[in-house]
Design a binder for this molecule. Structure first.
Ligand code: AMP
Ligand code: GLY
Length: 421
């Protein structure tokens, strides 16, 4: 089978690496890919949001399975367009992808079906939103309704800060049209856990949980990023908690989507806050997480391709997922300045030495080949991922590999996985 992976980050390199191990797969294409995917797949120079060009490519190249990494093409309807032409594609329809594409849709669905999440209000006019928050003394979270590349959430220490956040999102339009509506939400405290599950629209098959490190700096300080590292499994997320989340969140959400005429096929990713009052949904994503996918796929025993196929065919009830007992840790190496502005084109040294270490995979995110070198080409550059018999060992393996790699201005957190030890 010929497989097309859409996207070009660490998640997509990990997917290409894993899919490449399947005996069912003869060739992988990755659009647009990066220098890492080029080693296990053929890169195709089409950006992930150019749905019509991707469709043309898939038809011409007789692609038997397309796996979509990022949210944007899903929200743009890539799955609908591919299916209309009879192509097999893993991911939700545009209507189902609204679960991530619109925070208002997501919150209203959870409220209607009693799925545990923070209290919230929706506003369409900045004045009424500002009147509502102005006198508040507690922490609040202001969220742009639409997609904002992970940046549309502003945590505010009090009402005055929320007034400013509303100005930024609704009046200054920092995230464009995504800020036409906002959600103002209660601030929830606790540890965050990501639970991803395969679903064919009916059966929900959870993966092991993972924890992300959203803040840029050690000790969870500094601005939020797309994720500076991740690990799996998650000692804090017990089997009992997982059962509770399956019964009160994952299964009811898949049922609610089907009932609302938006059956959900693909990966349902719940961003959870484990509060003193129980787990609460912070957000749903409609795709694999990045970087969570890197440690998760390092630990997955099975061939992943039959899981994709079962989601497409509605036969997920016949599948299981098996996990290596080892711990996995992914340390993201980022460009100087990230998550703010950063330069590209710095030559990366030491990739070969790091790649030769056992139990280590260096997944590429923002990289490209240039004149025989691998150079930086994004904010998150590499996801150095390692297995170990326990967390201490996995952490040591990951940082041992990280220390082999260098470029001008590289930065990474030194405390990834420490919470789990
Ligand atoms: P979201 O895109 O909604 O997951 O938000 C991005 C990040 O903002 C989350 O991973 C949390 O770290 C944080 N966040 C979002 N909503 C809340 C909330 N209600 N309380 C505390 N932190 C939040
Ligand atoms: N790691 C967070 C995300 O994939 O959205």
């Amino acid at each position: 089978m010929r497989v097309l992976i859409v996207g070009g980050g660490g998640r997509e390199h990990a997917l290409a690496w894993k899919i490449g191990q399947s005996p069912k797969v003869e060739k992988i294409f990755c659009a647009p890919g990066n220098a890492g995917t080029a080693e296990v797949a053929e890169n195709v120079d089409i950006p992930a949001d150019q749905v019509n060009r991707l469709l043309e490519f898939a038809l011409e190249n007789k692609i038997g399975l397309t796996v979509v990494g990022p949210e944007q093409p899903l929200v743009l309807g890539i799955v609908d367009k591919f299916q209309e032409k009879g192509l097999r594609v893993f991911g939700p329809s545009a209507q189902a992808a609204e679960l991530e594409g619109s925070k208002v849709f997501c919150k209203d669905l959870m409220k209607k079906y009693g799925i545990p999440t923070g209290e919230y209000r929706v506003f369409e006019a900045p004045e009424s939103a500002q009147d509502y928050v102005m006198a508040r003394k507690e922490k609040l979270v202001v969220k742009a309704d639409g997609l904002a590349a992970g940046k549309g959430v502003i945590i505010c220490n009090d009402g005055q800060a929320a007034v400013k956040a509303i100005q930024t999102i609704m009046k200054d339009k920092a995230f464009g049209e995504a800020g036409n509506r906002i959600v103002v939400e209660e601030f929830l405290e606790g540890q965050e856990v990501s639970l991803l599950a395969f679903t064919d629209g009916e059966t929900v098959l959870p993966l092991d949980a993972a924890q992300d490190h959203k803040a840029a700096l050690d000790g969870d300080r500094g601005p939020n990023t797309g994720g500076m590292g991740a690990y799996s499994p998650t000692p804090i997320f017990t089997e009992a908690l997982k059962r509770e989340v399956m019964e009160t969140i994952m299964i009811p959400t898949v049922q609610a989507m089907a009932e609302g005429g938006r059956p959900f096929q693909g990966i349902l990713y719940a961003g959870l806050m484990l509060t003193a009052n129980g787990p609460r949904v912070l957000e749903f994503n409609v795709r694999f997480g990045d970087p969570e996918t890197q440690p998760l796929l390092m630990r997955m025993q099975n061939d992943i391709v039959p899981l994709f196929e079962a989601c497409i065919d509605g036969s997920l009830d016949e599948q299981e997922v098996e996990w290596k007992p080892e711990s996995a840790v992914c340390v993201v190496m980022a460009a100087e300045g990230y998550p703010g502005s950063y330069e590209k084109g710095k030559v990366i040294h030491g990739l070969q030495a790091a790649g030769e270490l056992s139990d280590v995979q260096v997944f590429h995110a923002g990289t490209k080949c240039s004149d025989g070198d691998v150079v930086t080409n994004g904010g998150r550059v590499l996801g150095v991922t390692a297995l170990g018999g326990d967390f201490a060992k996995a952490i040591a393996n990951a940082y041992n590999a990280v220390e082999q790699i260098s470029w001008e201005g590289v930065h990474y957190r030194k405390d990834i996985g420490r919470r789990a030890k």
